[in-house]
Ligand binder design. Structure first.
Ligand code: F1P
Length: 344
């Protein structure tokens, strides 16, 4: 780690080897995953807490889009305390439980309850093996290179998101896309070299008071996650929205102290960029990310379903740089601990 660099910055900048680790882990469990995915399910549930709940939201959208299976994300606390609002009888449910630590009480207890009720198989995605979650899972995917010292998830989140994306490609039998995911680490590294100055300038601008992150489909969960980075690390007001929802009220908050950041898609980019253009006319600062036609251009040449992770490193870095500019320690967000353990 370079002198003066925070753990968070170091973890953001070294996440690309964890992306590769995630691909190795999924490839080495591909046959177990295939046999789990071969069965018919009433629904597929994704669960986690905090960052890993946001990851679940993104994963559920991606999984349904690629497999046609009804997929839903639910916070661990809801699956535990209000399971009747989520579970269905008359067929098995596949549960994908996601947790950096593998020991968050709500997630672990929800999985225990799900198993006790014999509702179906469990896939765990985590960065730490030998934790309660790994021991409960039928297929544990443990990405050790995503482990981190900081409280806020960055490298861990991206590594688990790569794993869930790769597992989705296994489920939808897209082997070519799974292979093309090997290009992601170099692409991510290249984007960081190309755009660090741009995101640093935006993050360090303390005249900005509010950040809004917009995304649709699988990118809404990612927009939610980068919104959380902004809150946790920088104590700045921040919120995520679906692009089209932003006009339905939230845009009242747009003025010259608001930054609106859009994670654009291929199919709906014209609609999404129009929202950003309107917010710019109202005085907001805007930033767009996407394959083409945006401020940050991925130019990846790979399919949208597998490249969504490219949205993460630069926006994580923006939050980290802002924290430092505000005199905060991004490694130790206010009031937070790395794992929430409860006596339930
Ligand atoms: C979940 C989590 C983190 C968050 C926080 C508390 O942890 O909500 O996302 O950053 O510090 O715990 P995990 O279940 O993914 O380990």
């Amino acid at each position: 780690m370079a002198d003066q660099q925070t753990f968070t910055e170091h973890e953001i900048l070294t996440q690309f080897e964890a992306w590769n680790d995630a691909l190795d882990v999924v490839e080495s469990s591909a046959s177990e995953l295939r046999s789990v995915f071969a069965k018919p399910y009433r629904q597929v549930l994704f669960t986690g807490c905090g960052s890993t709940h946001y990851l679940s939201m993104s994963a559920a959208a991606l999984f349904q889009e690629h497999t046609g299976q009804i997929s839903r994300a639910v916070p661990g606390g809801e699956l535990l305390l209000n399971p009747e609002t989520v579970t269905v009888d008359g067929g098995e449910t596949l549960l994908v439980a996601i947790s950096r630590s593998g020991s968050t009480t709500e997630t672990v207890r929800a999985v225990e309850q799900f198993k006790a009720e014999k509702r179906g198989p469990v896939i765990a995605i985590t960065n730490y093996g030998n934790q309660p979650l790994t021991n409960l899972a039928d297929v544990p995917l443990v990405i050790e290179k995503g482990q981190e010292q900081s409280v806020a998830q960055t490298r861990s989140f991206a590594s688990m998101f790569v794993a869930v994306t790769a597992a989705t490609m296994v489920a939808s039998r897209c082997d070519n896309q799974l292979n093309r995911m090997r290009q992601l680490p170099d692409l991510g590294q290249r984007l960081v070299s190309q755009y660090t100055d741009l995101v640093t300038e935006i993050g360090e601008d303390l005249s900005k008071e509010r950040f809004y992150f917009l995304g649709n489909a699988a990118r809404y969960g990612l927009a939610s996650e980068v919104n959380l980075k902004m809150k946790e690390m920088t104590l700045t007001h921040s919120e995520p929205f679906y692009f089209m929802e932003f006009r339905h009220g939230p845009m009242s908050m747009v003025n010259d102290s608001a930054v609106i950041i859009g994670l654009t898609s291929e199919g709906n980019q014209a609609h999404e960029l129009k929202v950003l253009a309107e917010m710019s006319q109202k005085g907001g600062s805007t930033l767009s990310l996407g394959e083409w036609g945006t401020n940050i251009v991925f130019d990846s040449g790979i399919e949208e379903g597998i490249r969504n992770v490219l949205n993460l490193p630069l926006l994580q870095l923006m939050a980290c740089k802002r924290a430092i500019a505000k005199g905060l320690n991004p490694d130790r967000p206010n009031n937070l601990t790395a794992v929430v353990k409860l006596d339930l």
